[in-house]
Design a protein around this ligand. Structure first.
Ligand SMILES: Cc1ncc(COP(=O)(O)O)c(C=O)c1O
Ligand SMILES: [Zn+2]
Length: 561
């Protein structure tokens, strides 16, 4: 059957038709190839064919390596929302941070795209048994699709994969093989097993359906960003294109299949004349397993494998990225560039915490790595606050470790015992009074901007128990301070009529309010004269758009003692 795509060897350029059973090039034996389509022809009516199609990956079916989408296998993969991260944006001083929420895929990670296309391709090829090595999420996703397709799956998992994830793989009827060793070792054993039994082996970035599944993220991001922000501001010299791309695409990285596939997607969008540039890529690794970051920083085209990954984020523990790194680096250098950066486990856990508290997104540590990366790169000036940023929120939370949420996250209410029966109502009230609000520290938030008040309120209420008051101008602030005598005031400087400086002066003149500690949160660049005016009056100074939720929280805790 004539196909709408062909396979081109990355080493010798030989073009062949796709055969899922034959991953190597018939000419040179090379294992690296890519799917190519007739982009010029497709570009003519691609946009029209999208109209009326559901928002899932099959929307882009002419650009997927499947002859006929099989909706019986579908679990609704793709079409995840692109969400504006307003609070995170305000904390970091960025207008446009968007989160591509891949937790909303059928098995709660972006690996669903890869699994859906691979299982569809195997089904078309009549293959009924396959092997995969995984750090957890890939196996979960393949298990779900294999179950629907009636394909037997062998999953090789390292024993570091959390037990809850392993059990989920088994629940789908997959045969789990636990390897006590690294993920790289699990991959080797899986490959041996597949070879000896002549079974299909998932090869990640070397498997056509994996890369093609991942690239759908680029298509969706461009289409959704255009819907949210409008078409790009095409300059007069370049041809008009209908779709927008972000300035930065950010992803946490293990083996690198994700960015590799998504980069191909963005390149194809250009070939289809839908976009006119490729975003810069930021790929973030956990410091304890960051072979790509080391190689990148040393300007090397080959990554030295990390033999013993040392990170708690086992999902990202690919020690040897092999040629995926080399290709990514080369292709990004030929496109719009990018960066590899690492963050510590601690930074990832912190990001996991603020992403949940400030954006309502509970993500797994591997996904939080990307959020931590954004904070680090913005602070280092690598990403500009004016840039449009899309973060791939790659997956969902696993059971939360106690060390992430800390102590004191629940109130304990001991129900009155039977012996106290007569006064049980009283006992219950007494127990409930332990969670009463009258003993909580009292904080006044003073800012004329309602969004800033809401942000600060959210930061405080998400991280501690406080009684909060708000004042919307200087005059109200002084009245509020006299009436409520707060334990702390968070004060803006620039407000109409009575500014923050005048509020401080007014509080000083009254002995009842003179001792209230003050944290100034301001967007103003202070002059030396203004700085000296603040001296002795305030306890802390924070710059708007450059503090994270827990930093403000630390200041508040320190001042309340
Ligand atoms: C949640 C999550 N984020 C990120 C990654 C890294 O993906 P890649 O294989 O594209 O490097 C994985 C890989 O399993 C993952 O499960
Ligand atoms: Zn070849």
């Amino acid at each position: 059957m004539a196909s709408h795509f062909s396979i081109r060897c990355l080493d010798c350029g030989t073009q062949t038709s796709y055969d899922a059973r034959r991953p190597q090039c018939p000419n040179c034996g090379g294992m690296w190839s890519e799917a190519i389509y007739d982009y010029a022809k497709l570009s003519k009516n691609f946009m029209t064919s999208l109209a009326g199609r559901p928002a899932d990956i099959w929307r882009y079916r002419e650009l997927l390596p499947i002859q006929e989408p099989n909706l019986d296998l579908s679990l609704g993969e793709g079409g995840t929302p692109l969400i504006r991260a307003t609070n995170l944006g305000m904390m970091l001083g960025c207008q446009a941070i968007f989160v591509k929420d891949e937790r909303q895929g059928p098995t709660a990670s972006f690996k669903d795209r890869q699994a859906a296309v691979t299982i569809a391709a195997l089904k078309e090829a009549g293959i009924s048994e396959m092997v995969v090595a995984s750090t957890g999420n890939v196996a979960i996703s393949y298990s779900a699709y294999a179950a629907r397709a009636g394909i037997k799956l062998w999953a090789f998992l390292t024993s570091l994969v959390p037990a809850a994830k392993m059990r989920e793989v088994a629940l789908y009827g997959t045969q789990v093989i636990k390897i006590t060793g690294s993920y790289d070792q699990a991959k080797l054993v899986a490959a041996e097993f597949a070879k000896s039994r002549r079974l299909y082996l998932d090869l990640g970035a070397r498997s056509i359906p994996c890369v093609e599944g991942m690239k759908t993220l680029a298509y969706e991001i461009s289409e959704q960003l255009t819907a949210l922000m409008g078409p790009p501001d095409n300059d007069t010299e370049s041809a008009t294109v209908p779709w927008r791309v972000p300035d930065w695409y950010i992803q946490s990285v293990s083996g690198g299949l994700g960015p590799y596939g998504i980069l191909k997607g963005f390149k194809e969008l250009e070939l289809l004349n839908l976009t006119d540039r490729i975003p810069k890529f930021a790929m973030v690794q956990a410091e304890g397993c960051a072979p790509m970051v080391h190689a990148w920083k040393q300007n090397k085209d080959t990554a030295q494998p990390v033999q013993s990954p040392n990170t708690l984020i086992h999902t990202l523990a690919t020690g040897d990225p092999g040629r995926t790194y080399t290709l990514l680096r080369e292709q990004l250098q030929n496109a719009s560039g990018g960066i590899f950066e690492s963050i510590t486990d601690e930074e990832a856990f912190r990001a996991m915490h603020f992403t949940a508290k400030m954006e309502g997104l509970s993500v797994e540590p591997a996904a939080a790595v990307a959020f931590a990366g954004v904070v680090k790169l913005l602070r280092a000036g690598q990403i500009k606050p004016s840039d449009v940023i899309v973060i791939n929120c790659t997956g969902h939370t696993t059971p939360i470790e106690r060390n992430i949420i800390g102590e004191g996250w629940a109130h304990k209410i001991v129900m009155p015992s039977e012996a106290m029966e007569e006064s049980s109502e009283e006992g219950l009230l007494a127990a409930l009074s332990k969670v009463g609000t009258d003993r909580f520290p009292r904080i006044a938030i003073v800012d004329d901007n309602a969004d800033v008040r809401r942000l600060i309120r959210r930061i405080l209420q998400s991280q501690g128990n406080y009684t909060l008051f708000e004042a919307i101008n200087g005059k109200e602030a002084v009245e509020l301070a006299r009436k409520e005598l707060p334990d702390l005031m968070i004060l803006d400087l620039m407000m109409p009529e009575m500014d923050g400086f005048s509020v401080m002066d007014a509080l000083q003149t009254n002995p009842a309010t003179a001792q209230i500690p003050i944290i100034v949160v301001t967007a103003k660049e202070l002059t030396p004269a203004e700085k000296s005016r603040l001296k002795g009056h305030i306890q802390s100074l924070m710059q708007k758009g450059d503090f994270m939720s827990d930093e403000l929280q630390d200041e508040v805790r320190a001042l309340l003692g």
